[in-house]
Design a protein around this ligand. Structure first.
Ligand code: PGA
Length: 249
């Protein structure tokens, strides 16, 4: 069975004290599902979060990283820096990185390579904007995003990659893809993977859905056969809501 994952992307929220407070709340929650639970605090709070969650069943992951090993890249953080504070998984390609920080498919391909070279796991995000959905181009756009950033890899790399389909029009908007829209796209993504790498790889890669997942819609979305969990923004900032989602399988 594929790994089920619920990952919280805290984005640029929570200073150190707020991070500690949220972690204290998270530790009070009980996990009843088999889903792996992850949280992504901002860079400055990773070490503290790692220390506080050590020994729990919550993994601390990062929201981004640079592709270079080190050097003159003011303001950036490398894979080895993340690893040195206990972080072994990184989110790459989030639509906010693509939109506000001009991250291109080429740049993301380099980031993917750098993360894999450092032995990190990746949650790789992609998704169409509203115009693509309206014009019926959503599958084509998603296929290109996946191909451009990932299809230079060999099949063994996919042991370390989780995909996250996040329709941009559903992120932080309160609008969710219907469970059927999510399932259709996830099945399409799996088919795209199967065409390139074969059915075995396609069947083992977890594909998460992201975009306004909340406690009241998680169960229906996660019940779809090709949806293996979620990448959660807003609702991950509340411990009770986040665990309600993590337990929604
Ligand atoms: P949202 O964010 O749950 O607030 O829509 C999802 C994401 O950006 O991963």
């Amino acid at each position: 069975m594929r790994k089920q994952i619920v990952a919280g992307n805290w984005k640029m929220n929570n200073d150190l004290a707020q991070t500690e407070a949220l972690i204290t709340e998270l530790k009070k929650q009980t996990k009843t599902s088999n889903a792996a639970v992850m949280v992504a605090p901002t860079f400055t709070n990773l070490w503290q979060a790692y220390q506080s969650l050590k020994g729990s069943n919550i993994e601390v992951i990062a929201q981004n990283m640079h592709f270079a090993k080190n050097g003159a890249y003011t303001g950036e953080v490398s894979a080895s820096m993340l690893k040195s504070v206990g972080v072994n998984t990184v989110i790459l390609g989030h639509s906010e990185r693509r939109e506000y920080f001009n991250e291109t498919d080429d740049m993301l391909a380099k980031k993917v390579d750098a993360a894999l070279e450092s032995g990190m796991n990746i949650i790789f995000c992609f998704g169409e904007v509203l115009e693509d959905r309206k014009s019926g181009n959503h599958e084509k756009v998603v296929e290109e995003q996946i191909k451009n950033a990932l299809f230079h890899l060999d099949s063994s790399s996919f042991f370390n990659i989780v995909l996250a389909y996040e329709p941009v029009w559903a992120i932080g908007t309160g609008e969710t893809a219907t469970p059927e829209q999510a399932q259709d796209m996830h099945a399409f993504i799996r088919k795209t993977l199967a065409n390139k790498y074969g059915a075995n790889v396609a069947e083992t890669v977890s594909i998460l859905y992201g975009g306004s997942v909340k406690p009241n819609n998680a169960q229906e979305i996660f019940s779809k056969p090709d949806v293996d969990g979620g990448l959660i923004g807003g609702a991950s900032l509340n411990a009770e809501d986040f665990f309600a989602i993590a337990n929604a399988f």
